[in-house]
Design a protein around this ligand. Structure first.
Ligand code: HEM
Length: 485
């Protein structure tokens, strides 16, 4: 009575059904062929895909007590030293302590305090974009990384090539595309005794790689934290998540406090970059393919905000179309299409199907956001779908924020920050920039090619586009606006 799924071959199971890249594409086909819950296995390791909001909420959310663990992978966790990163910690005391700390920084109540910082960082982003639009990707990386570096460590990134920004880019790429690629299943995860192989034995190359990667990961966790501690000792520091908690006598009480703080800070920093970049890249891709959406959005801003100032978060409720563009960018782009896998801690039964203990459970966000019953013409970028009047239950069901940030007790702790920061970024780009395809020397449009090479995030490889200020007045506005200190 296991859930249905593609037929496995003896012993190896569904090895041949898994793809190294864009696994969400075959996973969508399995959802169509087999329904809400799909089961596969690789060498006996169960993989469960939850393809509807009902199945994902029922299991990952309502039954969160047994669906919130993380796979303990020897290569990722032990050999590469990532086991204390929040996204990899087992469900238990440590993960709960870490999530409480993150809630202090990015819970709903904490977000308004960041509005001035968001305005300042957004304006700085617009200035960089206007000065060198071709680097939109690295400007976005600096914006997203700079924001979390500032909030979490009180550190100000001084250039797109800043050492901490580069360290994050390098380490998240290592993690997503090397260490945890292919779902993070290395031979040593199937046969843990392999970790004791001497380094020189043929086939032990993974140990040499792991040692190099672990050193890099340690640097990534330690260096920004050292920066906070050193600047606090010198007395010259900006208040941040780390400094505030380090100064709070009550928080300091527990033995594991500094350890938790260091790893939690790193987890927030490392999780903010690629996800935000992916969302902004998909917004740009949509504006290239649907120029009428950009025109309509610009018209709304011109009518409501005017052209003499930049939009602020206070304008949000008066800009329903901009909100719809943001929701559609999250739905259409789906930054983390298969969520991060949760591990089931006990045998379970759902609708008569047996889900074995130890299975890795994927909330199939890609299939949900492509479900035609919720989103007709799912491949089309149509912000209008969010403007149709519907009852509260339907509105909840179609709100992509309920899916793209994951589920239950592991849901993304950065979701509230993203909701404000990405909204402001998108609204400000729409207010001031035109985004079009590039043209060749004969004036013919060059259609951009979108390639998705990343295993976990749906980040497109760099693509060409032409971003420039809408007018001289928009450029002046960007240059002359005050930073919101
Ligand atoms: C558009 C931006 C973002 C998207 C789409 C996104 C999406 C996600 C998803 C799908 C998960 C997995 C949830 C699960 O396992 O059910 C996750 C986890 C996580 N995210 Fe985000 N994220 C974004 C930005 C951020 C930011 C800005 C931060 C930090 C401030 C952050 C911090 C984290 C952390 C620490 C986890 C691990 C949580 C855990 O395992 O308990 N994310 N995110």
């Amino acid at each position: 009575s296991l859930p249905p799924g593609p037929k496995p071959i003896p012993v190896l199971g569904n090895v041949r059904d898994l793809t190294a890249k864009e696994l969400w594409l075959p996973a969508l086909q399995w959802a169509k062929d087999y329904g809400d819950v799909v089961y596969l296995h690789v060498l006996g390791q169960g993989l469960v895909f939850l393809n509807s909001p009902e199945a994902a909420f029922e299991l990952l959310d309502k039954r969160g007590g047994i669906y919130s663990d993380k796979p303990q992978l020897v290569m990722t966790g032990e050999l590469c030293g990532c086991k204390n990163m929040v996204a990899f910690t087992s469900y238990g005391d440590q993960s709960k302590r870490q999530r409480r700390l993150m809630h202090k920084a990015f819970g709903m109540q904490a977000i308004p305090a960041y509005y001035p910082l968001l305005q300042t960082e957004t304006l700085a982003f617009l200035r960089r974009l206007a000065a060198d639009p071709s680097k939109y990707e690295s400007h976005t990386r600096r914006y997203a990384g700079g924001l979390t570096l500032s909030v979490v460590y009180g550190y100000e990134a001084k250039s797109n090539e800043d050492r901490f920004l580069q360290l994050a880019e390098e380490c998240v790429d290592l993690l997503a595309n090397h260490i945890a690629s292919g779902g993070g299943i290395w031979p040593v995860d199937i046969i843990p005794a392999l970790q004791y192989l001497p380094d020189w034995v043929p086939g032990a190359g993974f140990k040499r790689k792991a040692r190099k990667w672990k050193a890099k990961m340690e640097e990534f966790v330690e260096k920004p934290y050292e920066f906070v501690k050193n600047s606090m000792t010198s007395g010259d520091y900006k208040p941040s998540f780390c400094s505030t908690l380090l100064e709070d006598e009550k928080s300091k009480g527990t033995e594991s406090f500094e350890f938790d703080l260091k790893w939690t800070a790193n987890s927030m920093y490392s999780a903010s970059g690629d996800t935000t970049i992916t969302t902004v890249c998909h917004f740009i891709m949509a504006m290239l393919s649907y120029p009428e959406v950009l025109m309509k959005a610009q018209k709304e801003i011109d009518n409501v905000v005017g052209t003499d100032r930049l939009p602020t978060i206070a304008d949000r409720d008066s800009l329903p179309y901009i909100q719809a563009v943001m929701s559609e960018s999250l739905r259409w782009g789906v930054p983390v299409p298969l969520n991060l896998p949760h591990r089931l801690m006990e045998d379970d039964v759902y609708k008569g199907m047996h889900i074995p203990k130890g299975s890795l459970v994927f909330g199939n966000i890609w299939a949900i956001t492509r479900d035609e019953r919720i989103y007709p013409d799912p491949e089309e970028f149509k912000p209008e779908r969010f403007l149709e009047e519907v009852d509260a239950e339907t509105a909840r069901r179609r709100d992509p924020k309920n899916y793209v940030f994951g589920f239950g007790r592991r849901r993304c702790p950065g979701a509230n920050l993203v909701d404000s920061s990405v909204w402001l970024l998108i609204a400000s780009i729409i207010a001031t920039m035109n985004i079009t395809n590039t043209v060749d020397e004969k004036g013919r449009t060059i259609e951009p090619k979108y390639v998705f090479d990343n295993f976990i995030f749906r980040t497109p490889n760099s693509f060409k586009c032409d971003i420039r200020p809408r007018s001289e007045k928009a450029l002046e506005l960007i240059r002359q606006s005050e930073f919101a200190y």
